[in-house]
Design a protein around this ligand. Structure first.
Ligand code: PHE
Length: 413
């Protein structure tokens, strides 16, 4: 994996992201007719290959074991795909340095879905039917994990999402796992922080009606905040790609909330924050893990003293965290965000399961992943529960000049 890392260092410069995709794509062996194959609809591809050829189920010799990754390497959420990919490649590089899995090296094949749902299904189909990966890692966004997870389930190939938090992701079936908590818990965490730590009673919410993640987290926040004695003074919605939030924010201002819950992605949060301050709204904004991105600094001071829940803080003193931050910084010259950490853990759990699995067939590998207990991850001690979700605490981070700092940890009730 040594060779992949300089390429990824380049990838961290936004202008070079498409180059990174090309380089990542070089990790696979291109086959004839590949472009048209990639364009085939998922249904066609699924019909054509209901079960995988055996060679992928029982790999042998010292041929590399292939792991697939589908991610937003380009598009408006490119920082996520690039971060997760770096975390995954770091875990794989370390595993290879330690002898691989049963003496065989691991190799990651990454496909860019450009942040699109349909491209996610296509990418997973291609990873499984053409590249014959033994498992798939991805995605960050719940809507894209749902699209990719349905394909993985259909082919009986295990998939692990690093950080999709909507419950529907793992409800797809026994092949789909995640190494993060789910939004019914994250909504509880945000409600508890607003009610009990900040001692506030009046909240408004502003969510994306087109994202499974956003609507689910909004529902969970409303439920828990109300149960804790708070009042939701108004709920406002927007759609994918919206950039003008002034109508919704005017309604929110008129409802006089003490805090505004925004369960969206960072791509919208920056605009929302700037426009809210322009309208004279001074209440703090609160969000979930979807806020996690360096780009928050584009909001300037508009997000100062605002909070979001996340999977990890680079300031946590646990040795697993501090070791990871040190190694990542040495390699990539920057502090790893939550996605890099969850990507690293998703790959770590997969590799650990590969070492324990009876074979690398889909069912055997899935069984080994399901048996994960007390895995010492960067984002916490990870055990798979019966629903294939990880049960672990969340951290609350506070923003200053777009930089998050650790406030507190909230554990499952
Ligand atoms: N949890 C979000 C989702 O499920 C995605 C996300 C994870 C975004 C981590 C940022 C950081 O859609």
């Amino acid at each position: 994996m040594r060779t992949a890392l300089p390429a990824l260092r380049v990838a961290l410069l936004p202008a070079a992201v498409s180059l990174a995709v090309l380089l990542a794509a070089c990790d696979r062996s291109p086959g004839p007719g590949e472009a048209s194959d990639a364009a085939r609809s998922v249904t066609q591809a699924a019909d054509a290959a209901q079960s995988r050829p055996d060679e992928s189920a029982e790999p042998s010799g010292d041929k590399p074991i292939l792991i697939g990754h589908f991610a937003s390497m380009t598009g408006s959420e490119a920082t996520w795909g690039v971060s997760v990919d770096t975390g995954i490649r770091m875990a794989v590089q370390e595993a290879n340095a330690a002898g691989g899995v049963h003496g065989r090296p691991l190799k990651v094949i990454t496909y860019d879905n450009q942040g699109k749902q349909q491209e996610s299904a296509t990418a997973v189909t291609r990873l499984i039917t053409q590249d014959k990966v033994v498992a798939v890692l991805g995605e960050v966004a719940s809507s894209r994990s749902i699209a990719g997870g349905q394909v993985a389930q259909r082919f009986g190939v295990p998939m692990i999402s690093p950080s999709s938090t909507n419950p529907r992701v793992t409800e797809i079936g026994d092949m789909v796992f995640r190494v993060c908590f789910i939004d019914p818990f994250q909504g509880y965490v945000c409600a508890k922080f607003a009610r009990e730590h900040l001692n506030l009673t009046r909240a408004a919410t502003l969510f994306n009606r087109a994202q499974a993640y956003s609507t689910g987290l909004n529902d969970a926040f409303r439920k828990h905040f109300s149960e804790m004695g708070g009042t939701i003074v108004t709920e406002q919605a927007y759609g994918d790609g919206d950039s003008d939030f002034s109508a919704q924010l005017t309604n929110i201002r008129d409802a006089r909330p003490e805090i505004i819950f925004i369960p969206g992605y960072y791509t919208e949060v920056v605009n929302i924050a700037v426009q809210a301050r322009r309208l004279g709204i001074t209440a703090p904004l609160l969000g979930g893990d979807g806020w996690d991105a360096e780009d928050l600094k584009n909001a300037g001071s508009a997000l100062d003293d605002c909070y979001f829940s996340n999977h990890y803080s680079h300031e946590e003193q646990r040795p697993a965290v501090q070791d990871f931050v040190k190694r990542y910084q040495a390699e990539f010259g920057k502090i790893p965000d939550g996605m890099a950490a969850t990507g690293y853990d998703a790959a770590g759990i997969l590799i650990d399961a590969m070492r324990r699995a009876r074979s690398l067939s889909g069912p055997d590998l899935a069984a080994a992943i399901a048996q994960t207990r007390d895995f010492p991850g960067v984002t916490g001690i990870i055990s798979m529960d019966a629903q294939r979700n990880a049960r672990k605490p969340a951290v609350i981070l506070k923003l200053k000049n777009g930089r998050p700092s650790y406030v507190t940890t909230i554990s499952p009730p």
